[in-house]
Write a new protein. Structure first.
Length: 326
């Protein structure tokens, strides 16, 4: 019997693979899925009997695995040495890589975990050679797409993810990607993706000073209900762009607020080039958030709609200037 009660993990591909490895290595089958903000705001209960993967450190847990520089900075701010926390923190392309390396030092892991971790590295760090490489169908991307499917109840998604972890513990990515339930969800996601692309096309804008259209801005603040999109799809419309920003209104209890959530990531076009671009550094310098070189996110708090509009234009202009200077 395991000394741990449950695994609490991020509800994305990296989190699922991390949990599958932990579940196999520790013999824990009770899985809870959540996002970083829920952990940071202590809305997800965590105890010393829990294993936490691919999420901020919750101050108390049995083991913690992560790879995000922003979460390391939070520990340093609190004067907490990650080496003193059971588990492992390491700057790797994926949390799955951190988990795999930790447990492979202690026990023999199934061979099919190697391919899973390799795919998690690429998917989580968006490390594709170009747009064509990103759009090529692989078992990992098929499964990742099924995780991103929006048209279902939360309870249905969590049950799917739990079943997915069970399959990944015992089968290769290729075998899992061909399962009828996975294929059905993948085809449903492809239909959702078409609608996302339409919404993105309607919401794209560029700053007047961005003559070469290097920085795609997806402005979703006009929506009164939170739209669900994948901002990387914008590169299908503007493949020459170097980065994309998604900026949207934050909602509280399904009510639109004047606060803004912003996320930014670099284009796959830069992966094969030498550059000094660092999105996380921009977020930290503006004191609105954090991230790593390829992607980052921030929050802008505003008291009124007028202030929101002013701050939105101001921060987008500042980001573009800093991005060009890097």
């Amino acid at each position: 019997m395991s000394e741990f009660e449950k695994i609490i993990t991020h509800n994305d591909f990296d989190g699922v693979v991390s949990a599958a490895i932990c579940s196999h290595a520790l013999g824990v089958d009770f899985i809870v899925f959540t996002g970083p903000r829920s952990i940071s705001e202590a809305r997800t209960p965590v105890t010393k009997d829990d294993v936490v993967c691919d999420l901020p450190y919750p101050l108390e847990c049995g083991m913690w695995f992560d790879h995000h520089e922003g979460n390391l900075e939070e520990l340093q701010y609190r004067n907490i040495d990650p080496q003193t926390i059971p588990g492992r923190f390491d700057i790797k392309p994926s949390c799955a890589r951190v988990v795999y390396e930790y447990f492979s030092e202690q026990q023999q892991l199934p061979d099919h975990f190697v391919e899973m971790v390799d795919e998690a590295d690429i998917i989580d760090s968006f490390d594709y050679k170009d747009v064509e490489d990103w759009r090529a169908e692989t078992p990992g991307k098929i499964i990742d797409s099924t995780i991103k499917l929006q048209a279902e109840k939360a309870s249905e998604k969590w049950q799917y993810l739990r079943n997915l972890i069970l399959h990944l513990k015992n089968h290769s990515l290729t075998e899992v990607a061909q399962m009828p339930g996975v294929r059905k969800r993948y085809h449903a996601f492809q239909e959702e993706e078409k609608e996302m692309l339409r919404q993105i096309e309607e919401s794209i804008t560029f700053l007047p000073e961005d003559k070469n259209k290097e920085l795609i801005i997806i402005d979703l603040t006009r929506h009164n209900r939170q739209p669900n999109i994948l901002k990387h799809l914008a590169y299908l419309l503007y493949p020459q762009a170097q980065a994309v920003i998604e900026i949207k209104s934050m909602f509280k209890n399904r009510t639109k607020t004047n606060n803004l959530a912003l996320s930014m990531s670099l284009s796959v076009n830069l992966n094969s080039k030498q550059h000094n671009k660092d999105v996380g550094a921009i977020m930290r310098e503006l004191n609105i958030g954090s991230g790593h070189a390829g992607a980052g996110a921030g929050t802008i708090f505003c008291q009124s709609k007028a202030e929101m509009l002013q701050e939105k234009n101001k921060v987008l202009t500042e980001i573009f200037k800093m991005f060009q200077k890097q």
